[in-house]
Design a protein around this ligand. Structure first.
Ligand code: FAD
Length: 450
């Protein structure tokens, strides 16, 4: 016999935990299933910035209140306790691959002088955030099942059943799929077949000490290129929230059979124009990730299954966007059950909210252009980026980030035409391509879970 609940939530990341807390606090009987043994051990790479403090993101203007020790979501109208460590950062610096030029987004010194008021955002501990959400879910009576790997979802008109690899069977009128970027539930529902696939991202990160950075309280973004494939290699170095001398160093990008991001990260540290930033490198902890880049799901509800967080989005809903999804999905289920209703119409408030903030209208394609723009190659990228000499306003919003840099480059088209007419031709050729055509090489080396 399957055990019955009002709501089953698959996945205990930010989306699932927030959904569990909210539904439990509303009086529903909730089962939260997580395949990891420990929910709060974080093995997956995450930059853990409170994104996005400096801009609207998914319709929200979220910020961290250090006085209240809470994440505040003023538009959606909720707060989340956060009592963990954090570090302010003040600018975003993009370094050309020869480490001879830096594009400055945000004025580091001026912002730093203002203290917390001048920061772009903070880095935080995901472990502490999840610990706090889990504690609240526990207080609200949620049944938390860890080491529970959901392998099957059997949909029925009144209730759906969940099975795990360990032999658990559970049943509920509503399911929230919060199982992350490579969601098995979304795949099983057949939804990936209708989504455009843009490639696979991979990455590895170290928490490290022994660095000597020109601007330690900034996001440092050296642009590297893989020698053999010419693929762009994204590098990200930021202050760790845990200790002042510790940094989070990430290296990743599109998957390619000849590209090993651990080798690239080690090359950055040992044998690159940036090696002087690592005089006494000590690796303390390692994390990694693999993420398929799909277009968003066409709709966030299928029958009595609600899709929340990364599971239905493209690349990252971020922890903040995922928590908003969890809250809204739980609210819609609570409303439906209070009304004694079943089915997708009864949770229409979630679809309406998601469609407003998470649909194609939110231009995720700008983010993908971030990936594909570097495909113009190292030499062209080096030339173009060196044209950007002014300090630009910074946005952590990945959908707005590139625009400021690109508009400076476009303003200098006359100069480029005189100096490098070949590059103008390349840019014209690239701009004539659709996003799909631009992403084609990445799609070819990805491995979609259709
Ligand atoms: C390199 C990188 C940098 C990032 N930087 C930031 C950042 O700075 N700020 C930010 O806010 N976000 C960042 N993110 C994104 C952030 O990590 C995600 O958006 C967020 O964790 C998504 O939350 P989620 O709850 O939807 O999914 P997840 O956090 O992925 O949680 C899904 C959970 O479901 C579980 N699960 C999966 N399958 C099953 C199954 N079959 N059965 C049971 N359980 C299952 C998983 O173990 C996991 O615990 C970053 C991500 C990456 C890869």
């Amino acid at each position: 016999m399957a055990k019955t609940y009002d709501l089953i939530i698959v996945g205990a990341g930010p989306a699932g935990l927030m959904a569990a807390k909210a539904a439990g606090e509303s009086g529903l009987s909730v089962a939260l299933l997580e395949r990891k043994q420990s929910i709060t051990d974080i093995n997956r790479s995450c930059a853990t910035m409170f994104a996005i403090e400096d801009d609207y993101y998914f319709g929200e203007r979220m910020f961290f209140s250090e006085e209240q020790r809470r994440l505040v979501f003023p538009v959606t109208g909720f707060t989340v306790p956060y009592d963990g460590p954090y570090r302010n950062f003040y600018a975003w610096h993009l370094y050309t691959s020869d480490n001879k030029h830096c594009i400055k987004l945000g004025s580091y010194e001026a912002n730093q002088q203002k203290g917390p008021k001048g920061r772009l955002s903070v880095t935080y501990s995901k472990h502490h955030l999840l610990t706090s959400l889990l504690a609240d879910a526990g207080k609200a009576g949620v049944t938390v099942l860890t080491g529970a790997n959901v392998t099957a979802l059997l949909r029925g008109s009144e209730t759906s059943r969940i099975r795990t690899a360990e032999g658990l069977k559970l049943e509920a009128p509503y399911i929230i799929a919060a199982d992350g970027i490579n969601s098995r539930i979304v795949q099983q529902l057949g939804l990936n077949r209708g989504r455009r696939f843009y490639g696979t991202l991979q990455g590895i990160s170290y928490y490290m000490t022994g660095l000597n950075l020109p601007h330690p309280e900034a996001i440092n973004y050296p642009m590297l290129f893989h020698k053999k494939s010419g693929y762009p290699v994204m590098v990200w170095i930021e202050p760790s929230p845990y200790e002042e001398e510790e940094f989070w160093v990430y290296c990743g990008g599109p998957s390619h059979p000849e590209l090993n991001y651990k080798d690239e990260l080690d090359r950055l540290i040992m044998d690159s124009p940036f090696s002087s930033w690592f005089p006494r490198p000590v690796i303390r902890r390692t994390q990694a990730h693999v993420a398929n880049i799909w277009a968003p799901v066409a709709a966030p509800v299928m029958g009595n299954v609600l899709i929340a967080g990364d599971a239905g989005w493209t690349v990252e809903a971020e922890c903040t966007g995922s928590m908003m999804c969890g809250l809204k999905a739980a609210g819609a289920v609570t409303e439906a059950l209070r009304n004694g209703k079943r089915g997708p119409e009864a949770v229409g408030s979630y679809s309406a909210w998601w469609n407003r903030h998470f649909s194609e209208a939110q231009d995720y394609k700008e983010f993908l252009l971030l990936l594909s723009s570097a495909l113009v190659g190292q030499e062209t990228s080096l030339y173009l980026n060196k044209l950007v000499t002014e300090t630009l306003p910074c946005s952590l919003n990945p959908y707005h980030l590139l625009k400021a840099i690109n508009s400076v480059i476009m303003d200098k088209l006359g100069q480029i035409q005189k100096e490098r007419p070949d590059i103008v031709q390349t840019l014209q050729a690239v701009s004539n391509l659709s996003l799909e055509e631009q992403m084609k090489p990445l799609v070819g080396t990805g491995f979609p879970n259709r």
